[in-house]
Design a protein around this ligand. Structure first.
Ligand SMILES: Cc1ncc(C[n+]2csc(CCOP(=O)(O)OP(=O)(O)O)c2C)c(N)n1
Ligand SMILES: [Mg+2]
Length: 439
């Protein structure tokens, strides 16, 4: 139970006001048992890392104060096994593994293109988050919708984009999804792949995806609308508004909170005080689930359950995926502020290495030879896609004047599923009684 006593650990971690995430520094009056409510947040993880990051302030030789982060906890904990999926069979697991490899190798390719000076702007990576991006998107049905964030390039591969699309986009080539008008990930595909373009303002995709689910419902369909938000981005007001809207309207929003421990250089300890972000679901009145974001089977199962809830018209689900952002914010950020032992801890939990071990050694669903062939096939595909992308021309200067203003039918919005049904007689409004005034 909570206590008002100052504990030893409070004093020790006082430098940034951080206290352990168990509310131990709060005071509360005793409450009668009948007043207590209980909620449950299913936690699929087979491991609960107990690492804590704290801020330390040091004085340099020049007398100036420098901020640095330290990590505490059991850094030598054994790596947990992959949890068997309730749903995935051998073929599906291998397919997800292949997408994760494509995701990883495409991003290595992008990093190389950047270093060769071929990329216009920056490059973002989802290193360490491939299971979260790929296995969640894999759980969608064809008619479902999704909207990726910067770390979810793997989801685009799952939904049918080629690595060359992303490569051309970063190089601003003429045949890129935005025809060279954007150098990063701001593109969608509402025609074929049901993909809403990423919005840079963190959290804004959540109400948009809720709106997509509402639009589909007005056309007679309950669909799942999947998007992701970071552990930093979930602090925004629009996140609350979007989830709450989906909650009260019972819309099929499937929201992955990517708890990757950092938001730029801010550790999650300085973003929120709840122990787990899935607890926020209680406040919204919707189900919340915790998964190990480095375990593709757990990610898939939680996503699939949420997708099926959405299809049944039962409303949104918040899934917190715990993992670590294994690179800096983008290519310009060396992440020097991250304590090295944290990288070492999470490197041992590499989602691809663990899934490989699961498929080859534990399940024996792939022989070492088949695995080596699969990896070299992925490398061949990425190399071919890279060649296509690199050799494609840049847009012609004249093309800049096209696609700026609307031309006839240039972005006609048609109902995707059917014409919305509007009840007769709902066009006007009834004269109601005057408002009630309490005296
Ligand atoms: C509303 C808003 N505030 C700030 C930013 C600038 N910004 C872009 S990414 C980022 C950090 C995001 O961290 P997190 O949400 O944890 O996602 P991660 O990068 O870890 O995947 C910030 C502050 C923004 N894009 N939108
Ligand atoms: Mg983050």
């Amino acid at each position: 139970m909570a206590t008002s006593k100052k504990t030893k650990s409070d004093a020790k971690h006082g430098s940034n006001g951080h206290r352990w995430r168990n509310g131990s520094a709060q005071t509360s009056k005793p409450v009668a048992n009948s007043d207590l409510r209980s909620y449950s947040i299913p936690d699929y993880r087979l491991e609960h890392p107990d690492l804590t990051v704290r801020q330390a302030i040091e004085k340099g030789k020049d007398g100036a104060e420098h901020v640095r982060y330290e990590v505490e906890g059991n850094l030598n904990a054994p790596v947990p096994p992959i949890r068997d999926s309730k749903y995935l069979d051998k073929k599906q697991c291998i397919e997800i593994y292949r997408y994760m490899l494509l995701n990883r190798k495409m991003e290595i390719g992008l990093e190389n293109l950047y270093k060769q000076g071929k990329v216009v702007g920056g490059v973002y990576f989802g290193l360490g988050q491939e299971a979260c991006s790929c296995a969640s998107a894999y759980a969608l049905d064809k008619d479902d919708w999704f909207a990726p964030m910067i770390r979810n390039q793997g989801a685009l591969l799952v939904r049918g984009f080629g690595a060359s699309d992303m490569m051309m986009q970063y190089m601003a080539k003429a045949d890129s999804p935005t025809k060279g008008r954007d150098g990063t990930s701001h593109f969608g595909d509402i025609e074929k792949r049901n993909m809403v373009s990423p919005i840079s303002m963190l959290g804004d995709l959540i109400p948009v995806l809720s709106g997509v689910a509402l639009g589909a419902r007005l056309q007679g369909r309950n669909i799942a609308a999947l998007t992701w938000i970071g552990d930093g981005g979930q602090s925004t007001g629009v996140t609350y508004e979007g989830i709450n809207f989906a909650a009260v309207q019972n819309l099929g929003l499937v929201l992955f909170v990517e708890s990757n421990l950092w938001a730029y250089s801010t550790p999650s300890e300085m973003q929120y005080r709840v122990k787990d972000l899935a607890e926020r679901a209680i406040g919204y009145g919707i189900p919340g689930v915790i998964v190990d974001g480095t375990d593709a089977c757990q990610v898939y199962d939680a996503a699939r359950d949420a997708v099926e809830r959405a299809h049944r018209g039962e409303g949104p689900t918040l899934i917190e995926a715990k993992m670590m952002r294994m690179k800096g914010h983008a290519i310009h950020d060396a992440a020097a502020y991250v304590p090295k032992p944290m990288f070492e801890f999470w490197k041992k939990r590499d989602p691809i290495a663990r899934f490989e071990n699961y498929l080859v050694k534990e399940k024996k669903w792939l022989t070492p030879k088949e695995n080596a062939e699969l990896i070299s096939d992925v490398e061949r595909v990425i190399e071919e896609e890279r060649e296509i992308a690199v050799n494609f021309p840049m847009p012609t200067p004249e093309s800049a004047e096209g696609g700026v203003f609307c031309e006839d039918g240039c972005h006609e919005i048609k109902p995707k599923y059917s014409i919305p049904k509007v009840k007769k007689g709902t066009g006007g409004f009834k004269q109601t009684e005057a408002a009630v005034h309490l005296k």
